[in-house]
Design a protein around this ligand. Structure first.
Ligand SMILES: [Zn+2]
Length: 330
């Protein structure tokens, strides 16, 4: 009997769910404490393509025939990466490296850890029973709006799209913890329409978008974990410097190795800090030009990190562009 060919390996890695999330009362918005400000970040496409779908379909001419294509998101005719996509991508990394609850999962996926149920703000009589995990305290959950906000990312310079064909995608049936996608090489397909394939509108490697991240009342440990969740890490043996440690996965078609991006910090603006009140900050803004010093200081506080999960994640998120993603349906 001829043996079936070995299926191409899936570009997935898992981080096991362990322990119990450290749930606490969140910081409410009527008080001002710790760090408040903005961080400007460039999002640079590192994988062969990035696809952030809008749910819309247009018609394009391919080999002389009109074909339906899933389009990249636009606002007022301009390509954008919506804030919600950026926040979702950063949050999923933040969740794993801080051992937070599992807030999002595929419809067919189940979590098998009873400790990692999604947090929620429960009101018991007049008293708020607010016990939230680190990710829900920073990004928000039902009843609590969180303390970080991304803006929609807009293109920097000329960013143009192209059309590629991918095979349809099937999520894994079994879950083994938290699922992430590796950064490997995309395998192009010819543009001949076929069953179980689709056309998508993508932007190529090297495209750059810019977003602004506003943060409110954030502690050093929360900011340090937030930077790590964007792949921004301390330089080895030089804690006063920061480097881009790994790409983060953003948008759709991740099982086809699309969507690896680097977050490159460009500027910081501190409005309030432990050393400076809001009023002082508005009159006399400090923190401009002190980008690396601020990032390096926040990264030194690792008290919110699950160090074991962090090491697993950081290692598995390294690009492996000598290997390819599967081309066929899987
Ligand atoms: Zn939570």
């Amino acid at each position: 009997m001829p043996r079936r060919p070995t299926p191409e390996p899936k570009p997935i890695f898992w981080v096991p769910l362990q322990g119990t999330p450290q749930r606490e009362k969140p910081v409410f918005h009527e008080v001002f404490r710790d760090w408040t400000g903005w961080l400007t970040l460039d999002i640079e496409v590192f994988s062969d393509y990035l696809y952030v779908g809008s749910g819309q379909i247009d018609l394009v001419r391919i080999n002389g025939r009109e074909q339906a294509r899933y389009t990249f998101t636009r606002r007022d005719g301009k390509l954008i990466i919506p804030a919600t996509s950026i926040k979702g991508a950063v949050r999923s990394v933040f969740e794993v490296i801080t051992n937070s609850c599992v807030s999002q999962r595929g419809r067919r996926e189940r979590i098998y850890s009873s400790a990692h149920f999604a947090c929620g703000l429960v009101r018991k009589g007049k008293e708020e029973k607010a016990q939230l995990c680190p990710a829900c305290r920073v990004f928000g959950t039902t009843g609590y709006r969180g303390r970080v906000y991304f803006s929609d990312a807009e293109p920097i310079g000329e960013v143009s799209t192209t059309t590629i064909k991918i095979s349809d995608l099937w999520p894994p049936r079994r879950t083994q913890g938290r699922k992430f996608y590796e950064t490997k090489k995309f395998q192009p397909q010819d543009l001949t329409p076929r069953r179980n394939t689709r056309f998508i509108e993508v932007v190529p490697k090297g495209s750059v978008f810019r977003t602004r991240l506003r943060f409110e009342n954030m502690s050093e440990s929360e900011l340090g974990a937030l930077l790590r969740a964007m792949g921004i890490i301390p330089k080895e043996n030089d804690p006063d410097s920061v480097v881009l440690g790994f790409p983060v996965k953003l948008g759709g078609a991740k099982p086809r190795c699309l969507g690896s991006v680097y977050f490159r910090p460009r500027a910081v603006r501190i409005v309030a800090s432990p050393q400076q009140s809001w009023i002082e900050g508005l009159i006399q803004p400090r923190g401009k030009g002190a980008l690396v010093a601020h990032l390096a200081a926040w990264l030194q506080d690792t008290s919110l990190l699950d160090l074991e999960a962090w090491e697993i994640f950081r290692e598995a998120a390294q690009p492996r562009t000598d290997a390819s993603c599967p081309r066929e349906v899987y």
